[in-house]
Design a protein around this ligand. Structure first.
Ligand SMILES: Nc1nc2c(ncn2[C@@H]2O[C@H](COP(=O)(O)OP(=O)(O)O)[C@@H](O)[C@H]2O)c(=O)[nH]1
Ligand SMILES: [Mg+2]
Length: 166
């Protein structure tokens, strides 16, 4: 299973991965009944936006991507327009059209952070293609809240499409 984690720089991608890797208990899936690390997955991480975007290079990964994780800094209100633009831009990629999309509304521990519903509104998620499998989950890479719920959904959604587990 190949997962691509993307978002503006500073959204919390590295912190999420450190939290997941540091806490074994946080990755045991209650619905699937196994640790997502044991099923074997590859995770690539990419900062988008500004000059860090090297899209031609990252295109090589798109073809093999089963699950896409888009990470949002829910407290960074000034960059939400950039965030929406970059997300919809990425979703135009033909080769990502089959990927399940998990949106992490991260940094929910910060006072004043927008809720997942508010983030969904601002990012105009309802405007996405009907065929897209997607879900938004509020999380905090600091407390770990929401991380399991999000990855659990993603892994299960991908598994049901690709590996036909039941
Ligand atoms: N309060 C809070 N800070 C966070 C959270 N996740 C990440 N950060 C902080 O946000 C900054 C950017 O995080 P980082 O993981 O480097 O973002 P990346 O550029 O997307 O990899 C760092 O200072 C992190 O400590 C979170 O859930 N809550
Ligand atoms: Mg990083």
């Amino acid at each position: 299973m190949r997962i691509l984690m993307v978002g503006l720089d500073n959204s919390g991608k590295t912190t999420i991965v450190l939290k997941i890797n540091g806490e074994d208990t946080s990755v045991i899936s209650p619905t699937l009944g196994f640790n997502i690390k044991t099923i074997g997955y590859t995770l690539n991480i990419w900062d988008v936006g500004g000059q860090k975007t090297i899209r031609s290079y990252w295109r090589n990964y798109f073809e093999q991507t089963d699950g896409l994780v888009w990470v949002v800094d829910s407290s960074d209100l000034r960059r939400l327009d950039d965030c929406r633009y970059e997300l919809h831009n990425l979703l135009k990629e033909e080769r990502l059209s089959g990927a399940s999309l998990l949106i992490f509304a991260n940094k929910q521990d910060i006072q004043g952070a927008l809720s997942p519903d508010e983030i969904a509104n601002v990012l105009n998620l309802e405007a996405m293609d009907n065929s897209r499998h997607w879900r938004i989950v509020g999380c905090s890479a600091y407390t770990g809240e929401g991380l399991l719920e999000g990855f659990d959904w993603l892994v299960q959604d991908v598994a049901s499409r690709i590996y036909m587990l039941d």
